[in-house]
Design a protein around this ligand. Structure first.
Ligand code: PGA
Length: 247
Protein backbone atom coordinates (compact mmCIF):
# COMPACT_ATOMS: atom_id res chain seq x y z
CA UNK A 1 0.00 0.00 0.00
CA UNK A 2 1.21 3.49 -0.82
CA UNK A 3 0.58 6.02 1.90
CA UNK A 4 0.54 9.81 1.85
CA UNK A 5 0.19 11.61 5.15
CA UNK A 6 -0.23 15.24 4.12
CA UNK A 7 -0.49 18.52 5.97
CA UNK A 8 -4.14 19.31 5.57
CA UNK A 9 -7.39 18.89 3.64
CA UNK A 10 -6.16 21.02 0.75
CA UNK A 11 -3.01 18.95 0.25
CA UNK A 12 -5.03 15.74 0.50
CA UNK A 13 -7.45 17.06 -2.15
CA UNK A 14 -4.79 18.15 -4.57
CA UNK A 15 -2.84 14.86 -4.23
CA UNK A 16 -6.04 12.91 -4.95
CA UNK A 17 -6.78 15.16 -7.94
CA UNK A 18 -3.24 14.53 -9.23
CA UNK A 19 -3.82 10.78 -9.21
CA UNK A 20 -7.20 11.08 -10.97
CA UNK A 21 -5.68 13.50 -13.49
CA UNK A 22 -2.87 11.06 -14.34
CA UNK A 23 -5.39 8.26 -14.71
CA UNK A 24 -7.48 10.33 -17.15
CA UNK A 25 -4.45 11.49 -19.12
CA UNK A 26 -2.98 7.97 -19.35
CA UNK A 27 -6.31 6.48 -20.36
CA UNK A 28 -8.96 8.93 -21.61
CA UNK A 29 -11.46 6.01 -21.67
CA UNK A 30 -10.99 5.22 -18.00
CA UNK A 31 -13.77 3.81 -15.86
CA UNK A 32 -13.81 5.76 -12.60
CA UNK A 33 -15.53 4.70 -9.39
CA UNK A 34 -16.77 7.86 -7.69
CA UNK A 35 -17.53 8.69 -4.08
CA UNK A 36 -19.66 11.40 -2.49
CA UNK A 37 -19.34 13.08 0.92
CA UNK A 38 -17.46 16.01 2.38
CA UNK A 39 -14.08 14.36 1.90
CA UNK A 40 -13.84 14.31 -1.93
CA UNK A 41 -15.40 17.78 -2.45
CA UNK A 42 -12.00 19.50 -2.62
CA UNK A 43 -10.70 16.90 -5.06
CA UNK A 44 -13.70 17.48 -7.38
CA UNK A 45 -13.08 21.24 -7.21
CA UNK A 46 -9.54 20.67 -8.49
CA UNK A 47 -10.75 18.33 -11.23
CA UNK A 48 -13.34 20.86 -12.44
CA UNK A 49 -10.65 23.56 -12.49
CA UNK A 50 -8.25 21.33 -14.41
CA UNK A 51 -11.01 20.63 -16.92
CA UNK A 52 -11.71 24.38 -17.28
CA UNK A 53 -7.97 24.94 -17.80
CA UNK A 54 -8.04 22.44 -20.67
CA UNK A 55 -5.84 19.92 -18.87
CA UNK A 56 -8.31 17.03 -18.77
CA UNK A 57 -11.40 15.93 -20.64
CA UNK A 58 -14.13 13.62 -19.38
CA UNK A 59 -15.53 13.11 -22.88
CA UNK A 60 -14.82 9.36 -22.94
CA UNK A 61 -14.73 8.75 -19.19
CA UNK A 62 -17.23 6.29 -17.72
CA UNK A 63 -18.27 6.63 -14.08
CA UNK A 64 -19.94 4.43 -11.49
CA UNK A 65 -20.91 5.91 -8.16
CA UNK A 66 -20.57 3.88 -5.02
CA UNK A 67 -23.97 4.47 -3.52
CA UNK A 68 -27.28 6.31 -3.30
CA UNK A 69 -29.86 6.86 -0.61
CA UNK A 70 -32.88 4.62 -0.96
CA UNK A 71 -36.08 6.63 -1.36
CA UNK A 72 -34.56 9.93 -2.51
CA UNK A 73 -35.26 11.11 -6.04
CA UNK A 74 -32.34 12.22 -8.18
CA UNK A 75 -33.37 15.88 -7.88
CA UNK A 76 -33.47 15.80 -4.07
CA UNK A 77 -30.66 18.15 -2.93
CA UNK A 78 -29.30 15.45 -0.60
CA UNK A 79 -29.33 12.67 -3.18
CA UNK A 80 -25.92 11.55 -4.32
CA UNK A 81 -26.83 12.11 -7.95
CA UNK A 82 -27.54 15.75 -7.10
CA UNK A 83 -24.21 15.93 -5.25
CA UNK A 84 -22.33 14.56 -8.27
CA UNK A 85 -24.06 16.89 -10.71
CA UNK A 86 -23.39 19.84 -8.45
CA UNK A 87 -19.73 19.06 -7.70
CA UNK A 88 -18.54 17.53 -10.96
CA UNK A 89 -20.86 16.33 -13.69
CA UNK A 90 -22.50 19.64 -14.70
CA UNK A 91 -19.09 21.33 -14.86
CA UNK A 92 -17.27 18.93 -17.16
CA UNK A 93 -17.74 17.48 -20.65
CA UNK A 94 -18.86 14.01 -19.54
CA UNK A 95 -21.43 12.15 -21.66
CA UNK A 96 -24.52 11.67 -19.44
CA UNK A 97 -24.91 8.16 -20.91
CA UNK A 98 -21.57 7.25 -19.34
CA UNK A 99 -22.67 8.23 -15.82
CA UNK A 100 -24.00 5.49 -13.53
CA UNK A 101 -25.49 6.06 -10.10
CA UNK A 102 -27.76 3.54 -8.34
CA UNK A 103 -31.44 4.48 -8.70
CA UNK A 104 -32.72 5.43 -5.25
CA UNK A 105 -36.34 5.15 -6.38
CA UNK A 106 -36.15 1.74 -7.99
CA UNK A 107 -39.21 -0.46 -7.62
CA UNK A 108 -37.16 -3.60 -8.12
CA UNK A 109 -34.10 -3.56 -5.90
CA UNK A 110 -32.64 -7.00 -6.78
CA UNK A 111 -33.02 -6.32 -10.51
CA UNK A 112 -31.48 -2.84 -10.29
CA UNK A 113 -28.55 -4.19 -8.21
CA UNK A 114 -27.95 -7.04 -10.64
CA UNK A 115 -27.98 -4.63 -13.61
CA UNK A 116 -25.58 -2.29 -11.84
CA UNK A 117 -23.05 -5.09 -11.27
CA UNK A 118 -23.49 -6.23 -14.85
CA UNK A 119 -22.87 -2.74 -16.21
CA UNK A 120 -19.65 -2.51 -14.21
CA UNK A 121 -18.56 -5.85 -15.59
CA UNK A 122 -19.47 -4.86 -19.15
CA UNK A 123 -17.47 -1.65 -18.76
CA UNK A 124 -14.44 -3.87 -18.11
CA UNK A 125 -14.19 -3.20 -14.36
CA UNK A 126 -13.27 0.03 -12.63
CA UNK A 127 -9.80 1.41 -13.40
CA UNK A 128 -9.59 3.77 -10.44
CA UNK A 129 -11.95 3.64 -7.47
CA UNK A 130 -12.14 6.68 -5.20
CA UNK A 131 -13.18 5.99 -1.61
CA UNK A 132 -13.87 7.89 1.57
CA UNK A 133 -14.29 6.10 4.88
CA UNK A 134 -16.95 6.32 7.59
CA UNK A 135 -16.02 6.81 11.24
CA UNK A 136 -17.20 3.20 11.67
CA UNK A 137 -14.90 1.99 8.88
CA UNK A 138 -17.55 1.72 6.18
CA UNK A 139 -16.67 2.09 2.48
CA UNK A 140 -19.48 3.11 0.20
CA UNK A 141 -22.36 2.16 2.47
CA UNK A 142 -20.92 -1.25 3.32
CA UNK A 143 -21.60 -1.05 7.03
CA UNK A 144 -19.90 -3.11 9.78
CA UNK A 145 -21.56 -6.52 10.01
CA UNK A 146 -21.14 -10.26 10.17
CA UNK A 147 -19.95 -10.72 6.60
CA UNK A 148 -18.65 -8.89 3.56
CA UNK A 149 -21.24 -8.53 0.79
CA UNK A 150 -19.92 -8.96 -2.74
CA UNK A 151 -22.34 -7.19 -5.08
CA UNK A 152 -24.57 -4.13 -5.13
CA UNK A 153 -27.22 -4.38 -2.41
CA UNK A 154 -29.65 -2.53 -0.17
CA UNK A 155 -28.39 -1.77 3.35
CA UNK A 156 -29.83 -0.60 6.63
CA UNK A 157 -27.61 2.26 7.74
CA UNK A 158 -26.13 2.02 11.23
CA UNK A 159 -26.77 4.57 13.97
CA UNK A 160 -23.22 5.97 13.54
CA UNK A 161 -23.87 6.61 9.87
CA UNK A 162 -27.37 8.04 10.43
CA UNK A 163 -25.87 10.37 12.98
CA UNK A 164 -23.04 11.44 10.62
CA UNK A 165 -25.49 11.93 7.72
CA UNK A 166 -27.95 13.95 9.81
CA UNK A 167 -25.77 17.05 9.43
CA UNK A 168 -27.08 17.42 5.90
CA UNK A 169 -30.81 17.16 6.73
CA UNK A 170 -33.16 19.56 8.49
CA UNK A 171 -34.34 16.94 10.97
CA UNK A 172 -33.28 13.42 12.00
CA UNK A 173 -36.57 12.01 10.65
CA UNK A 174 -35.60 13.08 7.14
CA UNK A 175 -32.32 11.12 7.12
CA UNK A 176 -32.85 8.06 4.89
CA UNK A 177 -32.42 4.86 6.91
CA UNK A 178 -31.47 2.75 3.91
CA UNK A 179 -29.17 3.03 0.94
CA UNK A 180 -28.05 1.09 -2.10
CA UNK A 181 -24.33 0.46 -2.25
CA UNK A 182 -21.82 -1.26 -4.45
CA UNK A 183 -20.50 -4.31 -2.61
CA UNK A 184 -16.94 -4.87 -1.47
CA UNK A 185 -16.51 -7.37 -4.33
CA UNK A 186 -16.91 -4.67 -6.98
CA UNK A 187 -14.67 -2.34 -4.97
CA UNK A 188 -11.94 -4.99 -4.68
CA UNK A 189 -12.23 -5.72 -8.41
CA UNK A 190 -11.12 -2.18 -9.21
CA UNK A 191 -7.65 -2.10 -10.73
CA UNK A 192 -6.49 0.64 -8.38
CA UNK A 193 -8.02 2.36 -5.37
CA UNK A 194 -7.42 5.63 -3.56
CA UNK A 195 -8.89 6.17 -0.10
CA UNK A 196 -9.12 9.70 1.24
CA UNK A 197 -9.66 10.78 4.83
CA UNK A 198 -9.40 14.04 6.65
CA UNK A 199 -9.86 15.14 10.25
CA UNK A 200 -9.40 13.76 13.77
CA UNK A 201 -12.68 11.88 13.75
CA UNK A 202 -11.34 9.55 11.02
CA UNK A 203 -8.06 8.64 12.80
CA UNK A 204 -9.44 5.54 14.57
CA UNK A 205 -11.15 4.26 11.41
CA UNK A 206 -7.91 4.62 9.44
CA UNK A 207 -5.94 2.82 12.14
CA UNK A 208 -8.48 -0.04 12.40
CA UNK A 209 -8.77 -0.39 8.63
CA UNK A 210 -5.09 -0.44 7.74
CA UNK A 211 -3.32 -1.66 10.88
CA UNK A 212 -5.98 -3.91 12.41
CA UNK A 213 -7.31 -7.35 11.52
CA UNK A 214 -9.29 -7.89 8.32
CA UNK A 215 -12.86 -8.19 9.52
CA UNK A 216 -16.36 -7.34 8.25
CA UNK A 217 -16.73 -5.36 11.48
CA UNK A 218 -14.39 -2.85 9.77
CA UNK A 219 -15.38 -3.08 6.09
CA UNK A 220 -12.43 -0.95 4.87
CA UNK A 221 -10.01 -3.50 6.35
CA UNK A 222 -10.60 -5.74 3.34
CA UNK A 223 -8.61 -3.23 1.29
CA UNK A 224 -5.50 -4.75 2.90
CA UNK A 225 -5.99 -7.60 0.41
CA UNK A 226 -5.89 -5.31 -2.64
CA UNK A 227 -2.56 -4.99 -4.48
CA UNK A 228 -2.90 -1.33 -5.52
CA UNK A 229 -4.33 0.87 -2.78
CA UNK A 230 -3.12 4.40 -2.11
CA UNK A 231 -4.08 5.94 1.20
CA UNK A 232 -4.21 9.75 1.18
CA UNK A 233 -4.84 11.28 4.58
CA UNK A 234 -4.22 14.58 6.26
CA UNK A 235 -2.14 14.72 9.43
CA UNK A 236 -5.16 14.45 11.71
CA UNK A 237 -6.69 11.41 10.02
CA UNK A 238 -3.23 9.83 9.80
CA UNK A 239 -2.27 10.66 13.39
CA UNK A 240 -2.69 7.10 14.69
CA UNK A 241 -0.95 5.14 11.92
CA UNK A 242 2.72 4.43 11.32
CA UNK A 243 4.49 6.52 8.71
CA UNK A 244 6.26 9.78 8.17
CA UNK A 245 4.48 12.90 7.11
CA UNK A 246 5.02 13.55 3.39
CA UNK A 247 6.01 17.06 2.33
P1 PGA B 1 -17.58 12.07 4.54
O1 PGA B 1 -18.18 10.62 4.39
O2 PGA B 1 -16.62 12.25 3.40
O3 PGA B 1 -18.75 13.00 4.45
O4 PGA B 1 -16.88 12.12 5.86
C1 PGA B 1 -17.33 9.56 4.08
C2 PGA B 1 -18.05 8.25 4.20
O5 PGA B 1 -18.96 8.13 5.04
O6 PGA B 1 -17.69 7.30 3.49
Amino acid sequence: MKKYILKDYEEMSSKAADIVTSQIKNNPNSVLGLATGSTPEGMYKHLVQRHKDGEISFKDIVTFNLDEYYGLSSDHPQSYRYFMEDHLLYHVDIDPDNVHIPDGLTKDIPEMCKNYDQLIEEAGQIDLQILGIGINGHIGFNEPGEKFVKGTHLVDLTDDTLDANSRFFKSDEQVPARAITMGVGSILNAKSIILLASGKNKADAIKMAFEGPITPQVPASILQLHPDVTLIVDEEAGSKIKGEKNE
